[in-house]
Design a protein around this ligand. Structure first.
Ligand code: MBD
Ligand code: FE
Length: 281
């Protein structure tokens, strides 16, 4: 049952003084946002009748997440990273910017400066037992004109759902590559089919998901940053048709426009004719 032990005016006053609203010193933006945040937090505490024990448990929870360096996992898990995307979509729509591949969340597992090559790349180091997977695409502008020299920065998990640099089991930059598009704006990668990511068993994020009655899994996905001079950077991913977690992604990253169906190539002549049996760099 909702309680309201403290008046709204008292909450606002207290939040404002904690945020330094009445002084000229400090940073105006920080003060304004802090005042709103504290005011709304006080409302939640009051209306949900949060006890001392519950409040300090929440502080300890955030502390544990920070210590584990999993705040970047908590943000998508609480739908906030997706919410930031929705706001950006709407702001761009209102500004008359449109078209192109849909964005979705970056997530916390990007590593910059992956190996860079022109046109194509081999992304896996040959040790993963996952199925061979060829990714081909073409980068174009909003009018459909191909963009040569765009940088396609791709990263994804291995067949166990782990990322290099994160799981401690893979060579540095395994399954992370930057590919510069060719004259037709095309890029090609040979890699292995990823598995979905699951939050670590002991993580604060999984602990919260369990308390919420949710799972802590993502469907399999491949991340992209796509950039080119004179263009906005696109942050996106794709998922795979039929994935068990496709529509319950704990990180809210799935968008219908970004779900692809794998073509399973079993015909050796088809492989040859498609030119897919060339050795990759
Ligand atoms: C991931 O691989 C990811 O993409 C997100 C958004 C969160 C956790 C792990
Ligand atoms: Fe991911």
């Amino acid at each position: 049952m909702p309680t309201n032990l403290i008046s709204d005016a008292d909450k606002k006053n207290l939040a404002n003084s904690a945020a330094g609203i009445d002084s000229d010193k400090g940073d105006a933006r920080t003060k304004a946002v802090t005042a709103q945040l504290l005011y709304r937090l006080m409302q939640v505490i009051d209306e949900c009748d949060v006890s001392m024990d519950e409040f300090w448990a929440a502080v300890a929870f955030i502390g544990k997440a920070a210590k584990n360096e999993e705040l970047g996992l908590l943000v998508p898990g609480t739908a906030l990273e997706h919410f930031l995307d929705l706001r950006l979509d709407e702001a761009e729509r209102l500004a008359g910017l449109n078209g192109g591949t849909m964005r979705t969340i970056e997530g916390p597992l990007y590593v910059p400066d992956a190996p860079l090559s022109k046109g194509e790349a081999r992304m896996d180091d040959g040790t993963d037992p996952g199925e061979v997977f060829i990714i081909e695409g073409q980068v174009s502008d909003e009018d459909g004109k191909p963009i040569a020299g765009a940088i396609v920065d791709i990263w994804h998990a291995n067949s166990k759902g782990g990322y290099s640099f994160i799981d401690g089991e893979q060579a540095p930059y395994n399954l992370r590559r930057r590919i510069e598009t060719d004259e037709q704006g095309r890029y090609r990668a040979q890699t292995i089919v990823p598995n979905g990511y699951g939050c670590p068993p002991e993580s604060a994020t999984r602990q919260l998901m369990t308390a919420l009655g949710r799972h802590a899994e993502r469907p399999a996905h491949v991340h992209y940053f796509i950039s080119a001079p004179g263009h906005r950077q696109l942050t996106t991913q794709f998922n795979f048709t039929g994935d068990k977690y496709l529509y319950t992604d704990f990180a809210f990253g799935t968008r219908e426009e970004l779900v692809v169906t794998l073509d399973r190539v079993v015909d050796a002549d088809a492989i040859r004719n498609a030119g897919l049996n060339r050795p990759f760099a």
